[in-house]
Design a protein around this ligand. Sequence first.
Ligand SMILES: [Zn+2]
Length: 422
Amino acid sequence: MKILFTSILFFLFPILLFSQVDYQARAEKNLAYLIRDSILLNQIEMDNEAVRIFASAEDKKNGKAEFIVKWENVQSFLDLLIQGKKIDSLSSIENNKIVHKDFSYVEEEKPNSYKGLRIAIDPGHSANNFKTAILERRYIKMKANDVGLKKDIRFYESDLTWQTAKILAKRLRAKGAEVLITRKKGKNAFGTNFKKWKKSEFHKTLERDLKNKIITQKIYNWYLEEATEKDIYKYMNKKDLIERAKIINDFRADISLIIHYNANGNNVDKDGYLQPISNNYCMAFTGGGFMKNELSSQDARLDFLRLLLSNDLERSIALSGFIMKQHSSIAKVPVTPNKNNLRYLQRNSVYADMDGVYCRNLALSRMVKGAICFGESLMQDNINEAVLLNQKNYKEAGVRTSSRIKLMVDAYEAGIHEYLNQ
Ligand SMILES: [Zn+2]
């Protein structure tokens, strides 16, 4: 009888039932993945009534919460966050609650087909030539002798990620998905390269940041008088990442793939040649793993609350898990063993309880909404990979590349397929 009653209810009020997510249970589960440094617990409070976040530990001591989100108001709060509406006071949430008291906001079900699926692909980095790739420190240069070839090896990550994105996009579009790539070949998300950006945008951006109090007068002066090319590159990169997140969020991606290739890069000689390594592994990052001082801006705190309360984290872990599994089965790159001595995994990440998947608070893993996989597919400076990646023995979607890149595309494609069909 009870079963019958429930199914009638479900039939009559499917939307109402879908909206009854146990947000408190979800938040308690997510919290473990979100916090890398327990000092941040001095800015958060959860009980049976609400989750509260504080701008500082001091504010928590004084009971001065920045946001109080009662469990019954989570839906309205997420609605505001997901639509990207400005939330700067408690009252706006209360107001919105009135608007949404009929539960008009419903969590979307996990997509299960390509039709209408919105996929954003972000090819990491932006160098348009080897010189810029050196500046962004994302290049591979090896002596012929060290890898048993006749000619030296030379390639850079920005090219590999773009090639991956271009081929993958064509395949996913053919399946019916709507696909966005955040940048063009050799360009950043502003549609320009470093040299041009420095010439026409650098000063304007500095002035805007000064005006908006993002930088101080002292830092502004430092950029104009003392900053090196590398410093200016880093500044552009920071702005570029914010732009990429904005482009993806404006597109309202269901799935975002942030494409990178890893490297050890530790043994570089004075001429920039790398020593090949014997290790090879893949890993993926999702949001989470917040460290000390990483809840110091309101933007960061709102992203934290979204990751805590929405299903973004759970879906990102599932998606990333499938993609990593396919990396090891299709491309034969093993996932990073959970017991490893990688500092950025041991100290800056939280293991997501899924092979090769870690929660890490990177600019894009924090800011991009929806299900994400920030993939690091292989070690470019592995001796075998370096030789293979240096070859141009494969062509698809008008892109000439290495057959290794083709296998990475296969792995992403199969991983997404599995995620949709799980
Ligand atoms: Zn990278």
